[in-house]
Design a protein around this ligand. Structure first.
Ligand code: HEC
Length: 166
């Protein structure tokens, strides 16, 4: 297996298209179910968290990375970690990126690029485009407002809700 540094050309755009194999369908969410839950890594896709443990615990434990931040900050962290010696296969970097996007990435719905919206909310490119179009007319005021346009799956919203800002 070829182990390499985090590829600098990797972007949320490419990730979104892979992640969306499990795209959500239209659904009516009960947004009142959203709680400010701390992130529980046990809820992550085991394949994703395994790659994190393999690549990211060589020098420190995972508590070092359990702080949410915007995707552009994660890209900086990953290139910094590569600079100090973190190495993984392409597949491991994909899993790590997916883990970070799905569980530890914050998203400002009113300013984030469409590809990040698609990847973090787990919606299709068409829905992400609709969000961008709507906010250019009128900013989103909160999750209920967003849900009127985006129909994010309820279980996704419970996970991602606390990391959304407006
Ligand atoms: C080769 C050793 C090494 C590996 C492997 C490694 N790190 Fe680090 N990491 C460090 C060092 C050293 C620091 C402390 C740097 C500092 O505080 O300036 C650090 C600090 C961090 C921080 C805190 C920095 C911040 O800005 O909050 C995060 C987050 C982090 N690592 C994430 C990761 C992730 C994610 C991976 C797996 C992709 C990883 N690390 C793999 C060496 C490593």
């Amino acid at each position: 297996m070829r182990m390499s540094a985090f590829p600098p050309d990797r972007t949320a755009v490419k990730l979104a298209s892979r992640i969306l194999a499990a795209a959500c369908v239209l659904c009516l969410a009960c947004t009142s179910a959203i709680a400010q839950q701390p992130y529980d890594p046990a809820k992550a896709d085991p394949a994703d968290f395994t790659a994190v443990k393999q690549v990211c615990t060589v020098c420190h434990d995972t508590s070092r990375l359990m702080h949410s931040r915007p995707w552009r900050d994660w890209l900086n962290v990953l290139s910094q970690m590569s600079d100090v010696g973190a190495r993984g296969s392409d597949e491991q970097w994909d899993h790590i990126s997916r883990f970070l996007l799905l569980t530890l990435t914050t998203l400002d719905v009113n300013t984030a690029p469409a590809d990040e919206i698609a990847a973090v909310l787990q919606v299709g490119d068409d829905v992400a485009a609709a969000i961008v179009a709507r906010r250019s007319q009128r900013k989103f005021t909160g999750i209920d407002d967003l849900q009127g346009v985006a129909h994010v799956a309820p279980d996704r919203l419970i996970n991602v809700g606390p990391r959304l800002t407006f």
